[in-house]
Design a protein around this ligand. Structure first.
Ligand code: MN
Ligand code: MN
Length: 424
């Protein structure tokens, strides 16, 4: 049945019929959008009025410093419908464990219940400070945020790996590979660890100290072929992080650890010089590092994203994995478009963790006046995403226009290729 006419448009010229239909479509589209907005957020229609200002005011108790960091929670955009579990947790809220030699804090599924597939740890080590020899049930991906450190491991052939890492270097230790981290001169290091398990906890790892402390001494004596007396000084509780002397020259450590077996042929570290080509646009840049380039990182893929002020990491989704985010610098906001007509916008800044469940549509917009830099992390061997623009641009135009009530010039303006980052 024909929809009743909403506008007086002449049909005298047959050539104008298509235009006529489009105009009516566009009008009807606007009408239903306006009705939807009116039903959902009536206050928007009266924006700017005194009544609206009072409707949005918060005369009771509130926390001005947190409110100022979360403007999209205090006054959500009119398009938000809510109903989305929180997908932000600042490291500032995390319980910091302090040791002589450094500290550690973590964000797991306990802190951020939506973060089922990944967890993160932020750690500081002084010069000489050691994250003790240990291994995990989860794979560990890391990026150096500050300073320098020496990392050690053995590979699955038992061969030794020792390397020094500096700011922006990465490393990856697969589950079960034993390793350590130690801060170097002049001021140690701070780094971010990302684990491929939301239930992971740094405090549930296999540590050298407690493994030895809880093995009968006579067994240690047999195992290492030395007298029991030699273990009289073993620590009887975990070390986790402790202060030690700054290690000597890298080559000396490498040779001593390699012994007769030789050094590992595997490289657990990854440096910016090894990074694949950066994809640059006017709006920013993105570097994708997954197992195609960082060979050992078989369970974790990463994108390091820079968005210029006003720029937008375009609307997209990831078909193969949840996204765990860490904000390195700047300010941004993200809307998570969930199933069942649910949506929520949250604000992020340096030190915050964000999370996007697999397949959900999202964008990240730079809302500050400096570059926004953040990490997109995935429990996957390969990075994958879909761009909303690319999908629409490669779907028959009439079909898309019939959905969105947009005209042909608007359809034609949609970028044909994945832009990744749109400029302001
Ligand atoms: Mn570890
Ligand atoms: Mn994403």
């Amino acid at each position: 049945m024909e929809t009743p006419r909403q506008l007086s448009i002449t049909d005298a010229n047959p050539a104008s019929v298509t235009q006529d239909k489009l105009t009516r479509r566009a009008f009807l589209g606007m009408g239903s959008a306006a009705l939807m907005v009116a039903g959902m957020v009536p206050s928007l229609l009266a924006a700017g009025s005194e009544k609206t200002d009072r409707s949005r005011s918060n005369p009771g108790p509130h926390n001005p410093s947190l409110d100022s960091q979360n403007p999209d929670s205090v006054t959500p955009p009119g398009t938000d419908t809510g109903g989305v579990p929180t997908f932000k947790y600042p490291f500032s809220f995390a319980n910091k464990r302090l040791y002589e030699g450094g500290w550690s804090r973590e964000i797991t599924i306990r802190e951020l219940p939506i973060s089922r597939s990944m967890a993160g740890v932020n750690m500081r080590l002084t010069a000489g400070g050691v994250r003790e020899l240990h291994w995990h049930t989860a794979g560990e991906w890391a990026i150096m945020l500050y300073g320098t450190a020496r990392i050690t491991a053995i590979d699955s052939d038992g061969r030794s790996f020792v390397s020094d890492v500096k700011k922006n270097d990465l490393w990856y230790f697969p589950a079960g590979i034993p390793h350590s981290i130690q801060g170097l001169e002049p001021d140690g290091a701070e780094f971010l660890l990302v684990f491929d398990d939301g239930n992971f906890s740094e405090f549930g790892t296999v540590l050298l100290s407690t493994s030895m402390a809880h093995t009968p001494r006579e067994v240690l004596s047999k195992n290492f072929a030395v007298a029991e007396q030699a273990f009289a000084g073993l620590p009887n509780e975990e070390l986790f992080i402790f202060q030690a002397e700054v290690p000597g020259a890298l080559e000396a450590d490498r040779n001593a650890a390699a012994g007769s077996l030789g050094k590992s042929v595997r490289d657990f570290a990854f440096r910016p010089a090894d990074f694949p080509a950066i994809k640059r646009t006017k709006g920013g840049e993105v570097r994708i590092i997954d197992s195609s380039t960082f060979k050992v990182s078989t369970s974790i893929a990463a994108a390091i994203v820079t968005v210029r002020p006003g720029g937008l990491r375009e609307l997209h989704w990831h078909p193969n994995a949840d996204e765990w985010q860490y904000f390195v610098s700047g300010k941004g906001r993200m809307t998570l478009l969930a199933t069942g007509n649910r949506s929520r916008t949250m604000d992020f800044e340096a030190g915050d963790v964000g999370y996007v469940p697999q397949t959900l549509l999202h964008y990240v917009e730079n809302t500050g006046d400096t570059d926004l830099v953040f990490l997109e992390m995935f429990k996957a061997g390969a990075y994958q995403d879909f761009s909303l623009s690319q999908w629409l641009a490669h779907t028959p135009p009439e079909l898309v226009m019939a959905h969105l009530h947009i005209d042909r010039p608007t359809y034609d303006a949609i970028p044909k290729d994945e832009t990744v980052i749109m400029p302001a």
